[in-house]
Ligand binder design. Structure first.
Ligand SMILES: Cc1cc2nc3c(=O)[nH]c(=O)nc-3n(C[C@H](O)[C@H](O)[C@H](O)COP(=O)(O)O)c2cc1C
Length: 213
């Protein structure tokens, strides 16, 4: 009984009201809604300039962190920027200025090497870490989850590569004060979409092979 109550309490803490509503909608039987969300996701590079609410941002990050990862090591961390002057200064010169100008927030999706090695839960473990070579895959999964959640909230975003280019990573690392173990993997402006944003039809039956190539 105590365990059940504890489980309920933890679940309540982990799931904020806005996220619960979305989950209930999906659990309410909407395969179509989930499929629609995936099929409608597209890169959005123009925004109205409206701010994004803190609750919405947290829900989006909760969805991001629900991503799978090799050995469940979850190598990600996020830096959320909501001060437009600040992110224009940081990203304007090194990335696509126009894209950031009107976004409502920017999420820097980071990887932390501290979470990429077996020593992470065992500081006394082998000094030469067997770095989890799957970390880039994990980062792709977390970034895609984030994009899908943005779409689910009727917002727009664009995955902007940061890693592995030193010229993109260095200024971000410095401006955000990232510790040496932290790699800025991708920069994602999020905003209320403006202009025309079309979905690409990427289905290609020729790419699918059944049973043998
Ligand atoms: C790893 C990766 C890096 C990307 N980097 C950039 C980028 O630096 N700048 C940009 O405008 N879009 C970037 N994109 C977005 C792609 O251009 C976009 O996903 C692609 O054109 C397909 O369009 P869609 O997202 O609308 O389906 C990136 C996407 C991925 C997955």
């Amino acid at each position: 009984m105590r365990k059940a109550l504890l489980t309920i309490a933890v679940a309540a803490t982990l799931t904020s009201a806005c996220c619960r509503n979305k989950q209930e909608q999906t659990a309410g039987g909407s395969t179509e809604a989930v499929m629609e969300n995936i099929m409608q996701r597209k890169s959005v590079r123009q925004y109205t300039g409206e701010a994004i609410g803190a609750d919405t941002l947290e829900c989006i990050l909760r969805a991001a962190m629900a991503a799978p990862s090799g050995r469940d090591w979850r190598p990600w961390s996020f830096v959320v920027l909501t001060d437009r002057d600040e992110y224009e200064t940081i990203f304007g010169d090194n990335f696509n200025m126009r894209m950031y100008k009107q976004s409502g927030a920017v999420v820097v999706v980071c990887a932390d090497t501290v979470h990429m090695a077996p020593t992470r839960d065992n500081p006394d473990g082998p000094a030469v870490a067997q770095v989890n070579s799957l970390w880039r895959d994990d980062m792709g999964a977390v970034t895609e989850n984030l994009l899908l959640a943005v779409e689910a909230y009727g917002l727009g975003a664009c995955w902007t590569a940061c890693y592995p280019w030193v010229e993109r990573m260095a200024p971000v690392k410095e401006a955000l004060g990232l510790p040496p173990t932290v790699v800025p993997y991708a920069v994602v402006p999020i905003g209320v979409p403006a202009g025309e944003n079309t979905v690409k039809d990427k289905w290609d039956a020729a790419r699918v092979h059944y049973n043998r190539w």
